[in-house]
Design a protein around this ligand. Structure first.
Ligand code: DLZ
Length: 172
């Protein structure tokens, strides 16, 4: 039975998780607001290890800002054909100008395009907050850690991808 109540994947049920022991997953992290993105990256990394992904199968790279997450994910998938998914971690905080809107729009659309181009899950773990307080609450504070949630999402999406590939293969 599918549980629809949950909105916070940080409190995931480990017994319901797929094993990541055969998966290869990348984490690309933006350096802007690095206190926040570093905590999210750690959450994602720990969650992948906890769910069986081997250390040598976790690829970690940094990009300067969230805007570059799209290119980072694209380069990873183009150059590492064994990758099953990419988790993209960033934190965009509202400022006085419209920069926020342009970055958020570009990254969300850009990551969608990369996922469809490579037919691999590309996970949007990008905080788009009004202030630092909201970002802290979502990177290990009272609203969980969105990096952890990105890793949970990646594992579930890779499992789905492999299940569908298997079914397709079985029919052929
Ligand atoms: C320029 C900029 C600004 C103003 N704010 C953020 C932010 O809050 N979070 C973030 O990840 N990056 C920010 N950047 C940097 C852009 O993402 C990008 O690195 C630059 O515009 C260069 O392409």
């Amino acid at each position: 039975m599918i549980e629809h109540k949950k909105t916070n994947l940080s409190d995931y049920d480990s017994s319901q998780m797929p094993s990541g022991k055969e998966y290869r997953i990348a984490i690309v992290t933006a350096e802007w607001n690095s206190t926040i993105t570093g905590a999210m990256e750690q959450g994602a990394y720990d969650t992948l290890l906890e769910n069986g992904v081997k250390e040598e199968n976790i690829v970690r790279v940094n990009v300067p800002g969230s805007f570059e997450l799209t290119t980072g994910a694209d380069l990873l998938l183009a150059n590492d054909k064994g990758l099953d998914a990419v988790i993209c971690i960033g934190c965009v905080i509202q400022g006085e100008t419209r920069h926020f809107d342009f970055i958020c729009q570009a990254v969300s659309q850009g990551l969608t395009n990369v996922a469809l181009k490579h037919q691999r899950p590309v996970i949007f773990s990008v905080l788009t907050t009004n202030d630092m307080e909201q970002a802290l609450a979502r990177s290990g504070g009272k609203h969980g850690n969105k990096g952890t949630e990105g890793a949970v999402t990646a594992l579930k999406m890779v499992a789905l991808q492999k299940q569908l590939e298997q079914q397709n293969f079985a029919k052929a």
